[in-house]
Design a protein around this ligand. Structure first.
Ligand code: HEC
Length: 178
């Protein structure tokens, strides 16, 4: 009984040590995509991407229904650059020519304020790829976001004034003129 057990153990150890030609690679393509998606989700979370690109993220205390994640916002940011809108990143990855093309654009384009484009330029390429994989995994979602409005033109919808102004501009500073 005992020797049978030992024989089984040594057979198992031999099997574990023997080179196996047909064994799967340490990390399959599927596993590495899955871990890239998890990393991308983490980077989007701590990198602040949802703060602007996911509607309701801040009021929700850093959470939103999956259907809304990274779908952009129709509330503009106005300043000297005109009015910009946090884009629908799900649409952005779905319509990119390729994963490489999206990474290349993300790491070279200087987007309008308040997009912190320098964060994407300084990020490791693999991390920008992980962001792509995560956003792509969310699938299509949301709709079209308004195109930027040039300086000197009035945006059609709501916007946040993103330039410093004096206290006299605050709604609570003085009773409204009769
Ligand atoms: C403070 C708000 C803000 C934050 C934070 C932010 N973005 Fe943006 N982002 C914008 C705005 C506004 C635009 C549109 C700029 C323009 O029209 O040029 C934009 C544009 C982009 C674009 C280029 C346009 C496109 O859809 O391909 C990418 C890519 C992008 N953001 C990714 C990210 C990622 C990834 C993060 C997190 C690391 C992030 N953004 C964080 C506001 C923000």
């Amino acid at each position: 009984m005992k020797s049978g057990f030992l024989a089984l153990c040594s057979a198992l150890m031999l099997a574990a040590c023997a080179p196996q030609a047909d064994s799967p690679p340490a990390e399959s393509a599927e596993t590495s995509l899955a871990s890239s998606v998890v990393r991308g989700a983490y980077l989007a979370d701590i990198g602040g991407c949802h703060d602007c690109h996911t509607p309701g993220w801040a009021p929700g205390g850093g959470a939103a229904p999956e259907a809304l994640l990274l779908t952009g916002s129709p509330v503009g940011y106005s300043g000297g650059w005109g009015t910009s809108y946090a884009t629908n990143l799900r649409q952005s990855v779905q319509t990119a020519a390729s994963r490489e093309a999206w990474i290349e654009t993300a790491q070279s384009r200087q987007s309008l304020p308040p997009m912190p484009w320098w964060a994407l330029h300084r990020m490791e390429q693999a991390d920008v790829g992980a962001l792509y994989d995560y956003i792509y995994s969310l699938g299509e979602g949301g709709g079209d976001i308004p195109a930027p409005v040039p300086p000197g033109s009035v945006p059609q919808g709501p916007f946040i004034w993103f330039e410093p102004v004096g206290p006299e501009m605050h709604p609570a500073s003085a009773p409204l003129a009769e």
